[in-house]
Design a protein around this ligand. Sequence first.
Ligand code: PMP
Length: 395
Amino acid sequence: MNYSFAPHTKNYESSAVRDILKVTQQGHVISFAGGLPAEDIFPIEDVKIAYDKVFASGNSSLQYGLTEGFLPLREAIQSRMELKGISSHPENILITTGSQQVIDLFSRVMIAPGDVVLTEDPTYLSALQVFRSYGAQVTAVKSDDHGMDPEDLRQKIDTLNPKFIYVIPTFSNPDGKTWNQERRQCLINLCYEYNVLILEDDPYGDIQFHPDEQYQPLAVLDEEQTHVVYTSTFSKSVVPALRTGWVTGPQEVVQMMTKAKQMNDLHSSSIDQQALYYLLRDFDLNGHIERISKEYYLRMTIMRDYLNKLEPGLFTWKEPKGGMFMWIEGNETLNTTALLHKAVEKGVAFVPGAPFYVNQPKHNTFRLNFSHSAPEKLKLGMDRLVDVLLNPAVV
Ligand code: PMP
């Protein structure tokens, strides 16, 4: 049979990370590749109690629900967002199947083939896949440790007339970066000046290592609530299997995305949304977030201390202020895709950095996830990795 797929499927790419994950799922490999939270500290008992409450609440929890999502959950999300200074309204929050679905729905209602989308470089690989699947011309804005370069940003907005700008300003995936306040404000100012929408992806903002430091979401700086579409998720702060995220932003945009969601999946799982509602009501989620943040900080410092054993100057990295990732750059001759094969032979895996770049891949970069492996396993994996990195013969 000759399956004649629609022309736009030519833009579908398989995620390089998922392909790599398959290789690393051999039992002996300690993987720092996936973006996985720590299973050993999942609040499994509390999740179970929450589901018990859902089933005790009667048959309606098994019924179809509103596309917009379970209203009590939207109210609880609104209260949580208010604590961050984001003002919204339950009517203006759409519950989604993870924030990945937000990226897709937003792209679906915004991108016409050929539209320009500006991003950081490197950026979240699965967002790039989505933008390209709708035919976007994705263009990277020069970025440094503090955010997008203001001059390059202005020039690209001015000349390319982008449809929107996608950013992860707080504890980014893949490079663990946090934008400073000046760059955040600069992005908002330019988007007001040129009338450009921003998609702010904030899955990691809660996982903060230095709680005294404050990072204002762009959604807070968007005082007129006209230019920022904000998404976050419970995948990192509770568990990813709930597949529950949300979006808020300009009402017209959220409404259009709601229509798109209706066509896409009618609504996200009623049972999972209700379980999350009981968790937010009865479980000390802030206490749990504090606990995972402390644990991830510990794991990050273990990883950092191993990396410090490497010859100074051979590899560079920045200590992340939160989130789940470290981003490492080797010397220019290093090819981390070749290195990965050697690493897997030694029983450890990471993700090569190249697929996260938009235009010019840097083949000498890679991403390490420090959240997933418990300390003893993490140490064993880092022993193996440092061994591979210190032995140039393997490259
Ligand atoms: N955005 C970013 C930057 C991510 O890292 C992830 C998870 N890997 C997502 C969105 C999607 O998360 P989820 O769909 O689980 O909410």
